[in-house]
Design a protein around this ligand. Structure first.
Ligand SMILES: NC(=O)c1ccc[n+]([C@@H]2O[C@H](COP(=O)([O-])OP(=O)(O)OC[C@H]3O[C@@H](n4cnc5c(N)ncnc54)[C@H](O)[C@@H]3O)[C@@H](O)[C@H]2O)c1
Ligand SMILES: [Zn+2]
Length: 361
């Protein structure tokens, strides 16, 4: 077991990282709650895999709990499903002392967190992330949101949970594609903050790919610590938190240009990181070795590295709509040194277009 402390202006809490055991979850849950009334939210896949044993333990511990099962997939992060969850919360007579528990990936975490943040202007919230992406990224830092048909994550809030419980063994049932998508975001922490961590990942990549629990525990704890640190300095993304968006300016544009159908989020971010690094190289910010090392590592992880079949002008168009843009300029987080990135908003349009179309020579 290792613990990561997250300290923000509004709430401070622990991320508990446990290898296999669910029992500590029940103990920490008891400690962190104001009342024993809970509503657990999970998707159909996670429900089938994990709910039964958790349900038994909650009953034994005399929690007054119910569960809502939502369909898996991004479409569930919707106003329609939010409304169904509010109804379920009212049916269960949840009050301000009650807690919503998100058991699942980022979709369930974001949706449940949004309900917890808004139902009665805010009730208790606990995250139990079960995908690699959720364990190292979406469950940490308090961003909660639902989508609008016209824009992803456009309705949301910053709402910290009172506890996060990571059971690493849940990753054993995750599909290879979802696991690798999370891995892209895990590697990202090395590039934006800690090159030592990247070297460690490089040395331990075979263990990580084999989902060795000990190696995953180290990597997940490290990633959570880095994100917790960044969030504690800048909870609402007024400044430094934006560096977490490395790879995301181009990555989000790839997702939008392909209607969210071809790539998972992590795959799009992997390509985004490579092309933003190519952009940094074309701008003279980093050397060729840096870029080549990155491509080599991504290939070893079977992550996509090429921007194929996506029209450059469509990507430019999608990037012009990015939430991070300032005064009409597209904002980029670009590598400038080992484990170091900076935020840029005045990138030469010709160099950007050339990078998207041709990469770098
Ligand atoms: N709040 C944030 O800071 C933040 C950060 C990054 C991403 N996100 C959001 O996270 C979402 C993506 O999250 P995700 O990648 O976890 O996707 P997801 O929640 O859709 O889960 C991916 C798939 O894995 C299945 N699954 C989950 N846990 C499993 C397990 N242990 N074993 C087997 N299958 C399992 C799910 O049913 C689903 O089909 C997006 O909506 C994105 O916007 C939020
Ligand atoms: Zn991301």
């Amino acid at each position: 077991m290792s613990n990561v402390y997250v300290k923000t202006k509004h709430r401070s809490y622990y991320i508990h990282i446990e290898e296999r055991d669910w029992k500590p979850f029940i103990i920490y849950l008891k400690e962190s709650l104001k009342s024993n009334r809970l509503l657990i939210v999970c998707d159909d896949n996670v429900h089938k895999l994990y709910y039964q044993s958790i349900d038994i333990m909650l009953s034994e511990a005399k929690f007054d709990h119910d569960v809502v099962v939502v369909p898996h997939g991004e479409a569930t992060k919707s106003i329609k499903w939010a409304e169904k969850l509010y109804t379920k919360a009212i049916d269960n007579r949840l009050d301000r002392q009650s807690t919503i528990v998100a058991l699942g990936g980022g979709v369930v975490g974001d949706l449940s967190g949004f309900i917890a943040a808004t139902y009665m202007r805010g009730i208790g919230f606990v995250q139990v992330p079960t995908t690699l992406l959720a364990q190292i990224d979406s469950s940490v830092g308090g961003k909660v949101a639902i989508n609008h048909l016209m824009a992803k994550n456009i309705v949301g809030s910053f709402y910290q949970p009172s506890m996060v419980y990571i059971n690493i063994s849940t990753l054993e049932t995750l599909s290879e594609r979802e696991f690798l998508s999370g891995l892209a975001e895990l590697i990202k922490y090395g590039f934006i903050w800690d090159y030592e961590f990247l070297n460690w990942m490089d040395d331990n990549i075979d263990k990580i790919l084999a989902r060795d629990i000990e190696a995953l525990k180290n990597a997940i704890a490290k990633a959570c610590k880095i994100k917790a640190h960044i969030v504690s300095i800048d909870e609402t993304e007024q400044g430094i938190r934006a560096i977490l968006n490395f790879g995301h300016t181009i990555g989000h544009a790839i997702e939008a240009a392909t209607n969210y159908k071809i790539y998972t989020h992590g795959e799009a971010i992997a390509i985004g990181m490579i092309y933003e690094t190519k952009l940094a190289y074309n701008l003279g910010l980093i050397n060729r070795q840096y870029l080549d090392n990155m491509i080599f590592l991504f290939k070893r992880c079977s992550l996509p590295t090429d921007l194929k079949d996506v029209d450059t002008s469509l990507l430019m168009d999608k990037m012009s709509l990015d939430k991070k843009n300032k005064g009409g300029d597209i904002v980029f987080v670009l590598p400038v040194d080992a484990g170091e990135v900076e935020i840029f908003s005045n990138i030469d349009k010709d160099i950007l277009e050339k990078t998207l179309a041709k990469g770098c020579e």
